[in-house]
Ligand binder design. Structure first.
Ligand SMILES: NC(=O)c1ccc[n+]([C@@H]2O[C@H](COP(=O)([O-])OP(=O)(O)OC[C@H]3O[C@@H](n4cnc5c(N)ncnc54)[C@H](OP(=O)(O)O)[C@@H]3O)[C@@H](O)[C@H]2O)c1
Length: 229
């Protein structure tokens, strides 16, 4: 029905965030919203998306996703310009080591807010809109997608803090999928099986984006909660 389509990326950075933003923009999305904390990095991400898709419109917001008021204000502004997004891609995380018993509990709580609380706020705001979109536009591919890993199933003690918040994040996504996926919204996780590296055969950002795109395209005929890469 509409050719005006928007993808919202929370956690815009040079790795998976960029590869998915650029690929999805080049394939389908004429509007891209990028959210991250660092304004200078966001300018680089905007340039990368514009280079991949010359006709795209990009809006960037330097916002910490854990600041709910600032996040919602950015989303209001983006929606005023682009309308409601068709894809919400939640990619924000701090991929950092955490030493057991030495790590400050405040850092665990901050990581929880990035990976779980902000995700919950985004779900509250967008799942109802995505369900409406699924009902009203047969050509739409409404999706709510998160970047995950094997840490939920296999915690890695040197990264115990990330392991436990990723477990909670996957758990929330499972509840959302069990409740709402039957209503035409693709709710799922990209499971990256190891450390992202440009040199790794599978875990390089371009391959992760390509596999995600194939999974996303198949979702209507073959809905699945996860793609394992
Ligand atoms: N890297 C890996 O080895 C690996 C492996 C498996 C899964 N993953 C998952 O992949 C996702 C990240 O992909 P990536 O590692 O390739 O990184 P990336 O896409 O290059 O960047 C992610 C961006 O998230 C942003 N971010 C972090 N905290 C934020 C916050 N509070 N608010 C807003 N934005 C925030 C950061 O930008 P700012 O600093 O500017 O905010 C960062 O650049 C994560 O979900 C991670 O768990 C990563």
């Amino acid at each position: 029905m509409s050719s005006n389509r928007t993808i919202l990326v929370i956690g815009s950075g040079p790795g998976i965030g960029r590869s998915i933003s650029t690929l999805f923009a080049s394939k389908r999305y004429n509007n891209v919203v990028l959210i991250g904390r660092r304004a200078e990095q966001l300018k680089l991400e905007q340039a990368a998306v514009e280079a991949a898709s010359p006709t795209v419109s990009v809006k960037i917001y330097a916002v910490d996703a854990t600041d709910t008021a600032a996040l919602l204000a950015a989303l209001d502004d983006a929606e005023a310009a682009f309308g409601k997004p068709e894809v919400i891609f939640c990619n924000a995380a701090r991929v950092l080591p955490s030493a057991l018993l030495e790590h400050d509990v405040k850092d665990i709580e901050y990581d929880f807010k990035i990976n779980v609380s902000a995700l919950y706020v985004l779900a509250q705001r967008y799942i109802p809109d995505l369900i409406t979109l699924a009902k009203t536009d047969p050509s739409a591919q409404p999706a709510f997608i998160v970047t995950s890993s094997l840490l939920p199933q296999h915690p890695y003690p040197p990264f115990f803090a990330l392991s436990l918040v990723k477990a909670a994040q996957r758990n929330l996504m499972q509840s959302l999928a069990e409740t709402y996926a039957g209503q035409g919204v693709h709710i799922g996780v990209i499971v990256v099986g190891g450390p992202v590296s440009p040199d790794h055969e599978a875990w390089n950002p371009e391959n992760i984006a390509a596999k995600t795109w194939e999974w996303f395209l198949r979702a209507k005929e073959e809905p699945s909660f996860e793609v394992l890469i």
